[in-house]
Ligand binder design. Structure first.
Ligand SMILES: [Mg+2]
Ligand SMILES: [Zn+2]
Length: 200
C-alpha cells in the first residue's frame, strides 16, 4: 500500500540507460538514447518523481570535472523539461571502482538521500538501470528493479536479479505504468512543474 504522504519514484541510471556512450572523455559527447525523453514524460505525467543516480568515476580519474559534468547535466535536464519530462538530481558518486566509498552503487546512500529530500516512498518505487549494481541497489532498498538492454551487456546471472527486463527505458516505463495501474492523484511538485512548463 502506498504511503499517501510520500510520492513514488523511478530512480534512473544515466549511462547506458538514458545516454550513450557508456564512457566519454567529455560530457559533451553524451547523446540521448532516443526513447529517454518520452519515457520520462510518461513517468512524470503519471506522478512519478525521477531522480538520476549515477556513478561518474571519470571525475575522480580527472578525465572531466564534477563542475563540467554538472554543467552538462543542466542542459540535459532542460532538454527533458522542454518536453514535459522532469528529472531530478544528479545524485553523483564521483569515485573510481577501487576507491572505497559509501556512495557507489549498489550502496543505497544516494537513493536514500534523494528519498529523504523528495519524500519518496521506497517500497512503492522502481529503479531502472543497465547493470548488476543498479539491480542490487534496488533489492537493498526494497524497490522493484528493471534491467534495460541499452547499456553494458549482461548475462542471465544479472537478469535474474531484475523484476523485469526491458529493451529500453521507454519499454521499462510502460511496464511500470502497466504494473501500477492508475496514475497518482497528487502529482509530485517537480512533475507538475514540468508539465506546466512543457505546455507553456
Ligand atoms: Mg549504467
Ligand atoms: Zn562514491
Amino acid at each position: 500500500m502506498k504511503d499517501p504522504e510520500r510520492c513514488r519514484a523511478v530512480f534512473l541510471d544515466l549511462n547506458g540507460t538514458l545516454i550513450l556512450p557508456l564512457l566519454a572523455d567529455n560530457p559533451g559527447e553524451y547523446q540521448l538514447i532516443a526513447e529517454s525523453i518520452g519515457a520520462v514524460a510518461l513517468l512524470s505525467t503519471a506522478g512519478f518523481v525521477c531522480p538520476v543516480i549515477t556513478v561518474q568515476s571519470r571525475i575522480e580519474k580527472g578525465i572531466y570535472s564534477e563542475a563540467d559534468f554538472r554543467e552538462w547535466f543542466e542542459s540535459f535536464r532542460a532538454a527533458f523539461a522542454e518536453k514535459g519530462a522532469s528529472i531530478v538530481g544528479p545524485y553523483v558518486c564521483p569515485h573510481r571502482n577501487r576507491t572505497p566509498c559509501a556512495c557507489k552503487k549498489p550502496a543505497g546512500l544516494l537513493y536514500q538521500r534523494a528519498a529523504a529530500e523528495l519524500a519518496i516512498d521506497l517500497a512503492a518505487s522502481f529503479v531502472i538501470g543497465d547493470t548488476r549494481e543498479d539491480l542490487e541497489a534496488a533489492r537493498g532498498l526494497g524497490c522493484r528493479g528493471i534491467l534495460v538492454r541499452t547499456g553494458w551487456p549482461v548475462g542471465g546471472e544479472v537478469e535474474v536479479l531484475a523484476d523485469h527486463v526491458a529493451d529500453n527505458v521507454l519499454a521499462a516505463a510502460r511496464w511500470i505504468l502497466a504494473s501500477t495501474g492508475r496514475p497518482n492523484q497528487a502529482l509530485h511538485p517537480t512533475a507538475a512543474g514540468a508539465i506546466v512548463r512543457g505546455r507553456g
